[in-house]
Design a protein around this ligand. Structure first.
Ligand code: CUA
Length: 337
């Protein structure tokens, strides 16, 4: 049965890949999502079996005991049975046992997946949910990035590669990257924890899974799983303060003097705002607006001119700059690699 289910899921998974980037929980790419999909299949197998038994019985009874024309109306009423202790006990105990087994399996998995302490050598990440973007802080490495989480591949036997502490700056959000881990809520005034160990490199798509306001649907995120050496190179670059290219000094000055700097941080400058994403290495990211648009020249121009084109109701204001000034600011931003 398990093999049949897995084959069906694999076919669905393949269809899913053909349609779009996979976000199927059966297309597992981490130790944790494997565990979750195993439990899902176990529950599906048990409940599926019960479904088949109950509906087969119904089908048999419907046919076997249907009213027949040949039966005359003056036939005596069959014996009436009221209650049966053995049956009552059986159908109380059997579901209780099934639920108890599932309960134990789930509790064991939840305990494993939600430790409060970081395992020794895990990469630490502090995730802060904001309306409608993600802040990823690497406290031990000393930098903050946004919306795209880079983590190293870990195919060792001892799974412990990414430990996250999840918080919220405003309302409840939920971190969910289906191929890597289960959902974890980000609750104001509370710290939740989770970990995951990716076992395949690649880009994994996720999104906020708790309704958090108008742009909940565009609170997207990506997890980029890299080989340890690629990850180390990324970390080296992120640690550096922003480049200060004299060729774009005008754009830099505009950014700092205009209100950009009151919401965004660019390390190495006076821009220390925290209301919006850290832009120190903006160009190392694939998207802008938490996955709302691809990160390229034209989209940056549109985003600064009128972010509501991509993300209606987001808190990034229209910057009220002339078209020329927008270009100047973008030319600066494009040096932030
Ligand atoms: Cu954040 Cu939905």
């Amino acid at each position: 049965l398990r093999r049949v289910l897995l084959t069906a899921m694999a076919l669905l998974g393949t269809a899913n890949v053909l349609l779009a980037e996979s976000t199927s929980i059966f297309d597992t790419a981490s130790y944790n999502s494997e565990k979750i999909s195993e439990i899902f299949l176990l529950v599906l197998a048990i409940t599926g079996l019960i479904f088949v038994l109950v509906f087969s019985a119904i089908a048999v009874f419907v046919v076997r005991f249907r009213a027949r024309r040949s039966e005359t109306e003056d036939e005596p009423e069959p014996p009436q049975i009221y209650g049966s202790w053995p049956i009552e006990i059986a159908w109380t105990i059997a579901p209780l046992l099934i639920i108890f087994v599932l309960f134990l399996v789930v509790v064991r998995s939840v305990n494993e997946q939600r430790p409060t302490q970081a395992p020794g050598d895990a990469v630490q990440v502090r995730v802060i949910g904001n309306q409608w973007w993600w802040s990823f802080e690497y406290p031990e490495l000393g930098f903050i990035t946004a919306n795209e989480l880079h983590v190293p591949l870990d195919d060792t036997e001892d799974p412990s590669s990414v430990f996250m502490q999840l918080e919220s700056a405003d309302v409840a959000h939920s971190f969910w990257v289906p191929r890597l881990a289960g959902k974890t809520d980000l609750i104001p005034n509370r710290i939740n924890t989770m970990w995951f160990t990716p076992n395949e490199t690649g880009v994994y798509y996720g999104q906020c899974a708790e309704y958090c306001g108008t742009q909940h649907s565009k609170m997207l995120l990506r997890v980029i799983v890299e080989t340890p050496s690629e990850f180390a190179a990324w970390v080296e670059n992120e640690k550096k303060p922003a480049v200060n290219d004299p060729a774009v000094a005008d754009g830099r000055a505009l950014f700092l003097e205009h209100s950009c700097a009151s919401c965004h941080t660019i390390r190495g400058t006076n821009a220390r705002g925290t209301f919006g994403p850290d832009l120190t290495h903006l160009m190392s990211r694939q998207t802008i607006g938490a996955g709302a648009a691809e990160n390229n020249h034209d989209n940056l121009i549109t985003w600064i001119t009128n972010p509501h084109v991509f993300k209606t109701g987001c808190y990034m204001p229209e910057m009220k700059l002339t078209a020329e000034n927008v270009k100047t600011v973008v030319s600066y931003l494009e040096t932030l690699r």
